[in-house]
Design a binder for this molecule. Structure first.
Ligand SMILES: C[S@@+](CC[C@H](N)C(=O)[O-])C[C@H]1O[C@@H](n2cnc3c(N)ncnc32)[C@H](O)[C@@H]1O
Length: 367
């Protein structure tokens, strides 16, 4: 785990413009304190894994491939939030959210190389009007402060902007149709690579049908699964049958099989397996080389410190080649260590509180 801790330490110290990640979070909170509140540190690791992946290997390799393959690189964050999370609300520890972290990661990569290191498009959606407004404001503040004038921001898909920040409800089939129509129109002229980050606040807010529609596009997936919350809801009989069927894309017979399961462990396994099965069996369209299916799925438990786990699922396809092997090895190592790291979440959080805390405190303080 030492390598990962060193990386975590470096990443939180690295300057993006003239601020590190925590300085950015505090700076944005001074403008407006609104943040998505979480009372455990699992959030930190879910976000860190995204940030770390975007910088390396994802954009490093994909932006080089873009040069030769004329790819369009698209980041989609369906439950993007407002740009800030606040962990442990009594102490007000702000952490940048997924959308801003992906933007910061791409800024760093862009600055470290001669050719364009940005995604072609970043799509941030959330159903809350207030969150979307705030996220747009925060993205604009960040771009202004960084004096980054090359990226355009808009609230509409039709604009062809680099950043699209849109008030959309992922459960609305009309929205998914506009998103896929927009993706298809780009795909009819260029090969695509889509990095999907799907982080709903509860299990019932995401339908399997939506996932299957998005898995048709070449690209990688990060999906947050609220496994233990699902188990609890099933045990207490809180879901309507139709809700479970659409969450999992299952029929009546499969629903009966699920409700026959008595042990929490079996229900949790059913839930996670169901996502793995859909991911493994949904064909990626228009692939000319390598696998048509995402065969590599890594599921990492993220500990919330309250005996409630959620899981971060990552999926990609085998493409062969040296880069791809290195990429997958690096990611497997990162994923397995992130699980361990989330177990020491509360001490890791100390690092984020301020400059007086060092990684030494994190590693050697009493737990
Ligand atoms: C866990 S938070 C996301 C946090 C975000 N990834 C971040 O890092 O800051 C979940 C978000 O999903 C949004 N949401 C819930 N249901 C939604 C839906 N059906 N469509 C779009 N957004 C939704 C909520 O408004 C909330 O901001």
């Amino acid at each position: 785990m030492d390598g990962l801790i060193e990386k975590f330490k470096r990443d939180f110290k690295d300057k993006i413009g003239n601020r590190d990640l925590q300085e950015w979070a505090r700076f944005l909170a001074q403008d407006d304190k609104t943040a998505f509140e979480v009372d455990h540190t699992g959030t930190l690791f879910k976000l860190y894994i995204l940030y770390s992946y975007v910088k390396w290997p994802y954009l490093k390799i994909m932006t080089s491939l873009r040069e030769t393959l004329h790819l369009k690189l698209i980041f989609i964050d369906l439950y993007a939030g407002n740009g800030l999370n606040m962990i442990n609300s009594s102490e007000e520890i702000y952490v940048c959210g997924s959308a801003l972290l992906a933007l910061f990661g791409s800024y760093l990569l862009n600055n470290s190389r001669k050719h364009n290191g940005y995604f072609d498009h970043m799509i941030f959606t959330d159903k809350s009007a207030k969150s979307v407004e705030l996220l747009e404001r925060r993205c604009k503040i960040v771009l202004d402060e960084l004096k980054e004038k090359s990226l355009t921001v808009s609230t509409s898909f039709s604009s062809n902007s680099n950043l699209v920040i849109s008030k959309s409800d992922v459960s609305d089939p009309g929205f998914i149709t506009s998103l896929t129509t927009w993706l298809d129109s780009i795909w009819s002229h260029h090969p695509l690579h889509v990095l999907l980050f799907i982080d709903p606040d509860r299990a019932a807010n995401f339908k399997m049908e939506t996932l299957a529609k998005l898995l048709r596009y070449p690209g990688d997936l990060f999906l947050l699964l609220h496994t233990d919350a699902f188990v609890e809801m099933v045990n207490k009989g809180r879901y309507l049958a139709e809700t479970v069927k659409s969450m999992l894309g299952i029929n009546d017979k499969e629903l009966d099989d699920l409700y026959q399961l008595k042990k929490n462990k079996d229900i949790a396994e059913y839930y996670v397996k169901r996502f793995e099965t859909v991911i493994k069996t949904t064909r990626i369209d228009k692939i000319s080389k390598g696998a048509n299916f995402r065969e590599i799925i890594i599921t990492t438990p993220i500990n919330t410190g309250e005996n409630v786990n959620y899981y971060l699922m990552y999926a990609t396809r085998k493409t062969g080649g040296k880069d791809s092997e290195k990429w997958q090895e690096a990611f497997s190592a990162l994923a397995s260590e992130i699980g361990k790291m989330s177990e020491v979440g509360n001490t890791a959080l100390e690092v984020l509180k301020g400059p007086q805390k060092t990684m030494h405190d994190f590693l050697f303080s009493d737990r």
